[in-house]
Design a binder for this molecule. Structure first.
Ligand code: ABU
Length: 453
C-alpha cells in the first residue's frame, strides 16, 4: 500500500473512533439548526487541496454534526442500529467498487448476490422465482408496478398506454411511493384508488372488491393490487390472503409491499403476519429496516422467472459481453451501473445465521410489547393501539405529538417522529434497534413525559 493511502486509512479510522466514542457517550444527536451549521462548519470547497490534517479536521466536524442512527436515542425512522460485520463488508465492497451488472465486472460478488437473493426467495416461499437488488422500497414497488403494467397492458412497454386507463389499488395508509410510481409509469396518480382502512389500519377488503368492480364497469383496466405488510406509521398488516383472493378473482397482479414487515418471515413465531403471501406475484423487502443493515439494502422478489428481464432488459453490446445471462444481473435491473448492496447482507447472514435473524425479530417484537405495556400502565401517556409490529404509537396526555417530538429534537435529546393513526396524530416509537433494550425504552418514554414544550 502506498504511504498516502495508508495515511488516509489511519486518519479515517481515527475519525470513526471519535464518532463511535461520541455515540457511546450520548453526544451524537447534534441539535444545531441548519443556519448554525452553515455558520460553524466549513462546507465550502477549496481551490487548493487541503493538507491531510485539515482534511481530517473538516471530516470530523461534518461527522460530529451528523446524527447517529445507531444511537439508542434515535427512534425516528423505520431503521436503526448497525451490525459491525455488515459495515465492515460494506467498506470492502467500496474497496472493490464493483458494478453489479455483469459477472465480468463484479466476479464473485454476483454469486454472493445470487446466494442472498436465493435465500430471501426461499423465505418468501418463492424459490422458483427471481429477484433484484434495488435502491430502496420505492424502487422495489416501482419494479413490481412496471411488471404488472406490462402484463395488464402488453403494448405499454413499447408503445405507451395508448389511451388505456390502468388503475392501481392500495390502502389509504400505504406508502406514498405507490402514487409516485403511478406518475412515473404513465398510469397517472389519479388512477390510484386509495382504499379505506378498517379501525386497525388494514385495507378494507370489501371496499377493494367494490372499487375494482366499479372500475371494470367503467372501462378501466385494473393493473395491480398492493397489500402492505407493515404500514409506515402504524406497522399494520393488510390481510394478504383476503386481498389476494380479490386480486385473483379479477385476474389482477398482487404485490405485497413488505419493505418494513417482510422480515417477520425469518421468525417462525411471527411469520404468520405474512399469511397469504403464497398468492402474491411480487414482494418488496427492505433488509435495511428490521434486519439492521445500511441503506439501501432492498430487493424486489418475483414469483415467476423471466418477468424482470421481460420488463427491464435492453441490448448493450458494450456491456453484456460474456457469460450466461443468469450471471449478468444487469438484464434484470432497474439500473445500469449499480453499487454492491449484497455483500453486507451476506456478511451479516454468515455471522448471524438464520437463528440470529429469528432472535432479532423476536427481540424487536418483545421490545415493542414492553414499550406498549409501559405506556398502557403509566400515567400521562396514552397508547393509541396495540402495536401490530415494531411501531408503537402513543401520546403524552394533553400535549400534541408534534410539540413533544420537536422539543426533544431541539434539545438534542431524542430523535422520534409522529404520524397519523386514524384520526389522531401520535408519537411513533420504532423498535428497530434491538440494542436499545428495555432501559433505553424507559429513557425515551421518560423524556417524552418530561420534555418542556
Ligand atoms: N420508506 C419509508 C421510510 C420512512 C420512515 O422511516 O418513516
Amino acid at each position: 500500500m502506498q504511504a498516502h493511502e495508508e495515511n488516509v486509512w489511519k486518519a479515517t479510522l481515527g475519525i470513526a473512533e471519535a464518532y463511535l466514542a461520541a455515540e457511546a457517550g450520548g453526544a451524537c444527536l447534534d441539535a444545531r439548526t441548519p443556519e448554525q451549521l452553515l455558520a460553524e462548519v466549513p462546507f465550502g470547497l477549496p481551490e487548493e487541496g487541503l493538507a491531510l490534517e485539515d482534511w481530517v479536521d473538516r471530516l470530523k466536524q461534518v461527522m460530529a454534526a451528523t446524527p447517529s442512527s445507531s444511537s439508542p436515542r434515535f427512534v425516528n425512522q423505520l431503521f436503526g442500529g448497525r451490525i459491525p460485520e455488515a459495515v465492515a463488508a460494506d467498506m470492502l465492497a467500496l474497496l472493490a467498487n464493483s458494478s453489479m451488472y455483469t459477472f465480468k465486472a463484479a466476479g464473485a460478488q454476483v454469486l454472493v448476490e445470487q446466494a442472498v437473493l436465493g435465500r430471501l426467495l426461499t423465505a418468501a416461499g418463492m424459490s422458483g422465482g427471481e429477484g433484484s437488488f434495488v435502491p430502496g422500497g420505492s424502487a422495489a414497488n416501482l419494479a413490481a408496478m412496471l411488471m404488472a403494467r406490462n402484463r395488464a397492458v402488453p403494448a405499454s412497454r413499447d408503445s405507451g398506454m395508448g389511451g388505456v386507463r390502468g388503475t392501481v389499488y392500495t390502502s389509504v395508509e400505504s406508502h406514498y411511493s405507490i402514487r409516485k410510481n403511478a406518475g412515473i409509469l404513465g398510469l397517472g396518480r389519479k388512477h390510484v384508488r386509495l382504499i379505506p382502512v378498517t379501525g386497525d389500519g388494514r385495507m378494507d377488503v370489501p371496499a377493494l372488491d367494490a372499487a375494482i368492480a366499479a372500475d371494470l364497469r367503467n372501462g378501466f383496466v385494473p393493473v395491480l393490487v398492493n397489500a402492505t405488510a407493515g404500514t409506515t406509521v402504524r406497522g399494520a398488516f393488510d390481510d394478504i390472503a383476503a386481498t389476494g383472493a380479490v386480486a385473483h378473482k379479477y385476474g389482477v397482479w398482487l404485490h405485497v409491499d413488505g419493505a418494513l414487515g417482510a422480515t417477520v418471515l425469518l421468525s417462525p413465531k411471527w411469520q404468520h403476519l405474512m399469511e397469504g403471501l403464497a398468492a402474491a406475484d411480487s414482494l418488496a423487502w427492505n433488509p435495511h429496516k428490521m434486519m439492521g443493515l445500511a441503506l439501501q439494502t432492498s430487493v424486489v422478489l418475483v414469483r415467476e422467472q423471466g418477468l424482470l428481464a421481460g420488463s427491464l432488459d435492453e441490448t448493450a453490446d458494450y456491456l453484456f459481453q460474456s457469460h450466461a445471462d443468469d450471471f449478468n444481473p444487469g438484464h434484470r435491473s432497474l439500473l445500469c451501473g449499480r453499487r454492491n448492496d449484497a455483500l453486507r447482507l451476506w456478511s451479516a447472514w454468515c455471522r448471524i445465521g438464520d437463528r440470529g435473524w429469528e432472535q432479532r425479530v423476536d427481540r424487536q417484537m418483545a421490545l415493542a410489547a414492553y414499550a406498549a405495556e409501559r405506556i398502557r400502565v403509566g400515567p400521562q401517556l396514552a397508547l393509541l393501539e396495540p402495536p401490530p409490529l415494531i411501531n408503537v404509537c402513543f401520546n403524552r396526555v394533553g400535549v400534541p405529538a408534534e410539540a413533544v417530538c420537536t422539543a426533544l429534537d431541539r434539545y438534542g435529546e431524542i430523535k422520534i417522529g409522529y404520524g397519523q393513526v386514524g384520526e389522531t396524530t401520535g408519537i411513533r416509537l420504532v423498535c428497530a434497534n434491538p440494542e436499545i433494550g428495555e432501559a433505553g425504552i424507559d429513557v425515551i418514554l421518560e423524556a417524552c413525559l418530561k420534555v418542556e414544550v
